[in-house]
Design a binder for this molecule. Structure first.
Ligand SMILES: Cc1cc2nc3c(=O)[nH]c(=O)nc-3n(C[C@H](O)[C@H](O)[C@H](O)COP(=O)(O)O)c2cc1C
Length: 191
């Protein structure tokens, strides 16, 4: 079975993003060996002057190195995160910073950086409070992940999102989340 890693950065117990993730997972679990990484539980800190110095000397925390190796060898990656401050929670950015390791997730060819991950498709699941459609200049979540994909060599990034959720009546929110979960299921069948 091919390997799929879920990077779960959902924050709230009642997370609407996680509802959509669970719908995708139901379909994906039939075809993939799934490992879920709980970004909050792992809580990798951002680099500091001290840890950057260590990294430059080749010292990388074992846990980070081990997760980065598994990410690099995954066939597919699913990222689920609420839309925060026009992108995603800072703890997810810190996670990516810890995973962005030379000769693990990317390398260079003497001219520029180039990705060395096995993954060929990323599914990015999010929900936004404001009326910000995917691809809008204010959506710095999907654009960031596309850029990261080009650094690590992750392939196509497919975004499944519901937006304006904080500014519609509650029954509309439920309907929108259901519709988006359905879309996530459909995309997962071909993912
Ligand atoms: C700390 C925080 C920051 C947020 N920042 C934004 C934002 O910049 N733009 C936006 O559209 N919604 C923002 N929201 C609203 C969330 O994107 C929205 O409620 C989303 O559905 C939350 O996802 P969840 O239900 O999975 O937790 C923010 C919410 C929180 C708690």
């Amino acid at each position: 079975m091919e390997k799929l890693i879920i990077i779960d950065s959902c924050m709230r117990e009642e997370s609407r993003t996680r509802v959509i993730l669970e719908a995708a997972k139901e379909v994906l679990s039939a075809r993939y060996d799934i490992e879920t990484i709980d970004v909050n539980a792992i809580g990798l800190p951002p680099l500091t002057p001290e840890t950057l110095k260590e990294r430059t000397l080749g010292k990388v925390p074992e846990e980070a190195l081990s997760i980065a190796g598994r990410l690099a060898s995954a066939d597919r990656i699913v990222i689920a995160a609420p839309f925060w401050d026009m992108s995603f929670p800072a703890i997810l950015k810190a996670f990516f910073e810890n995973m962005s390791l030379y000769n693990v997730t990317f390398t260079d060819d003497g001219t520029t950086c180039t990705g060395i991950c096995r993954c060929s498709k990323v599914l990015y699941i999010t929900t936004r409070g404001m009326n910000i459609p995917t691809g809008d200049f204010r959506d710095q979540g999907s654009s960031y992940l596309q850029a990261l994909s080009s650094l690590w060599g992750l392939g196509e990034v497919i975004t499944v999102a519901a937006w304006n959720l904080d500014y519609m009546p509650l029954e509309k929110v439920a309907e929108k989340v259901r519709e988006t979960a359905e879309l996530a299921r459909k995309i997962s069948e071909e993912f």
